[in-house]
Ligand binder design. Structure first.
Ligand SMILES: Cc1cc2nc3c(=O)[nH]c(=O)nc-3n(C[C@H](O)[C@H](O)[C@H](O)COP(=O)(O)OP(=O)(O)OC[C@H]3O[C@@H](n4cnc5c(N)ncnc54)[C@H](O)[C@@H]3O)c2cc1C
Length: 392
């Protein structure tokens, strides 16, 4: 049984960043990583963006092994024995540890129908499968109008595929963006060759020849060549729960990214952490969080005592529009939009109790720290205090 001073479960971006964080403080301690995917750690954001715009596949690799991390791939850890400080994979392989990191990420939510015909877009394997299908003229149903749905719809439309998007909300990205911006995006996607069907839920999928028929709540049946879904993820907390660690929609960690066991840490999409700037806890499913928290968790495992106080940002691209965003964005609350050019460039502020809780920097770059500083201010803010505040 291999024994590691540091053992990482999970083979994603948080895992890679943690390995590097450990190496910053401990160049020699034995360090192993067990990952369920056959591929070594890679960047996920390019799977729905850069790779469709001509970036080579090789650009995604994180080169984790070069940082002195021993990789055990295509292995899924099924049991965590906290008392014996060991884990066991599905093939019976065992690994013991001094310090353990859970960086198990999330698994796509599935529809109750359609089986494996549906591509639930998450992994490099999913990218390879979709890319092989995405020939010009082929037709796709994209289920979901959030991050993954909107990016995949744009990627497929750029390949000159025919794309129909189905989502229950009134507009693309409606759970984050104010209603007028989400409504604008419906028209913008139409202009760019993807057809949104807002307010439409998919109620069934059936095979028809080599394609699929999409059945909707509004009684339509749409035949397509293939179906892709992006309807969210659930955090992979099963191992932690079974081992008795504290889990609350995410593995709960303290400010040193330690779980309720002192030798076990967690980071990335799976972890629930304190965000002092917002006075709450968060579980964040974005790259900056995976990288920054992963690195900090690795450093903490190697003895760093710096508390983790980072407020992560996230970003996305929608054809030639793009944004960065930070904090909590709930469009059901008070929103102040400060457009330089309506829906093309500007900043949207999300407020609660007179404080800025989040900011959407729409085609506005290099302002994430300014937004963080605003979120840290006690306020109270009114519309006139915010107009022109960032990005002008
Ligand atoms: C297509 C796509 C595009 C994205 N684009 C953006 C973007 O533009 N901007 C942005 O901010 N964020 C983006 N994200 C989100 C970002 O990529 C994720 O937040 C980040 O990758 C999470 O990393 P993670 O390591 O925490 O989890 P994951 O990436 O989920 O990695 C977890 C890994 O652990 C493995 N694993 C799970 N359980 C076990 C087990 N028991 N044993 C062994 N291995 C296990 C999994 O197989 C997986 O490989 C995107 C995500 C996707 C899928």
């Amino acid at each position: 049984m291999p024994h590691y001073r540091y053992l990482i479960i999970g083979g994603g971006m948080a895992a890679d960043a943690a390995g590097r964080g450990i190496r910053e403080l401990d160049p020699d301690g034995s360090l192993g990583l067990v990952g369920a995917e056959p591929d070594p750690p890679y960047a996920r954001p390019p799977l729905s963006k850069a790779l469709w715009k001509g970036e080579p596949l090789e650009s995604v690799w994180r080169k984790t092994a070069e940082a002195g991390v021993e990789l055990h791939l295509s292995r899924t850890i099924k049991e965590l024995d906290l008392k014996g400080k060991r884990v066991r994979d599905e093939q019976g392989g065992e690994y013991s540890f001094d310090k353990l990191l859970l960086a198990t990420g999330g698994t796509p939510r599935r529809l109750g129908f359609g089986g494996d015909e549906v591509i639930y877009f998450r992994t490099l394997e999913d990218y390879r499968r979709l890319r092989a299908l995405a020939q010009p003229g082929k037709s796709f149903a994209v289920i979901g109008g959030g991050f993954i749905g909107s990016e995949i719809a744009a990627a497929l439309a750029m390949q000159r595929c025919r794309v129909t998007m189905f989502f229950p909300d009134a507009g693309i990205g409606a759970r984050l963006f104010p209603a007028d911006l989400a409504g604008f995006l419906n028209g913008y996607y139409t202009e760019h060759g993807a057809e949104p069907r807002p307010g439409v839920s998919v109620t069934g999928l059936r095979k028809s020849g080599s394609g699929m028929v999409v059945e909707t709540g509004s009684g339509d049946a749409v035949t397509v060549d293939a179906v892709v879904a992006g309807i969210g993820i659930t955090p992979n907390t099963g191992l932690a729960e079974a081992a008795g660690l504290r889990v609350e929609n995410g593995i709960v960690v303290d400010q040193h990214l330690m779980t309720s066991h002192p030798d076990v840490f967690a980071a990335g999409d799976v972890a629930r952490f304190a965000a002092p700037a917002l006075g709450t806890t968060l579980r964040v499913e974005h790259e900056d969080n995976a990288l920054t928290m992963g690195r900090a968790a690795g450093r903490a495992m190697a003895g760093d005592t710096e508390p983790y106080t980072h407020l992560p940002f996230f970003y996305s691209d929608l054809f030639e529009l793009g944004y960065e965003a930070v904090g909590e964005m709930d469009p059901r609350g008070k929103v102040v939009a400060d457009w330089k050019e309506p829906f093309r460039e500007g900043v949207v502020y999300y407020l609660s109790g007179g404080r800025v809780r989040g900011a959407l920097l729409w085609n506005t770059w290099g302002q994430v720290d300014a937004a963080r500083a605003l979120i840290a201010e006690p306020g109270p803010f009114e519309e006139k205090d915010l107009v022109g505040r960032i990005g002008s």
